[in-house]
Design a protein around this ligand. Sequence first.
Ligand code: SAM
Length: 227
Amino acid sequence: MTDETFDPRARTREIAAEFIERGDALGWFEALYKEAAGDTGQIPWADLEPNRFLVAWADSVNLRGNGRTALVVGCGLGDDAKFLFERGFKVTAFDISETAIAWAKKINAGTDIEFHTADLFAPPPEWKNAFEFVLEVYTIQPLPIEMREQVIDAIAGFVKDEGELLVVTRGREDSDETPEFPWPLSRKDLSCFEHHGLKQISFTEMDAEGEEAPVPRFVVKYEKKKN
Ligand SMILES: C[S@@+](CC[C@H](N)C(=O)[O-])C[C@H]1O[C@@H](n2cnc3c(N)ncnc32)[C@H](O)[C@@H]1O
């Protein structure tokens, strides 16, 4: 049970800052999941529900997998992976945190989702250009802005020729150069996906109604042209 005075966002910022100051931008995720010890109340993004902006977009286009392969990047506890599985995709999902993956496997034991512990910067080679649908929700934004192009390169590399990529992210204006952690993406940041043969097919901006300090969300779909 989480103490009522405990602020998971403040604690997350504290752990992240500690690691980032030491030059380790990736280590804090495992530390946070480990410290939470199975209590979802300590993980700010873990609500055991699929992302509501993803669901709204999927409903608007009547998303169906029809057996297509999907890869979920930085899947955390696997709620979005489960959502795609229920929509008929053959889902692989990964996260850098082994604690998150063990937790996700337990929660989603009744599904055929393949969960893996993996770093998006050093993925299994067979994932290169391999997936018909790639889903990225909130993995880019908590990684330092200096790494943004590198993260985008890595994610774009998973998409098969003629496959699709869907990005759900907090958004900011291009002119806002001093965003706060977790650093939202601008349209200019997103345009880096187009350096990889990906063509933007749709761009939807959604209001984050009901949040204490609402930040708009961008839901962006790309398709990869054949080389
Ligand atoms: C803000 S959380 C979002 C989790 C999930 N996508 C969601 O929306 O609930 C970012 C996730 O990305 C994972 N992550 C961060 N860096 C990663 C990397 N290099 N490779 C794979 N996963 C990573 C973290 O462990 C964390 O679970």
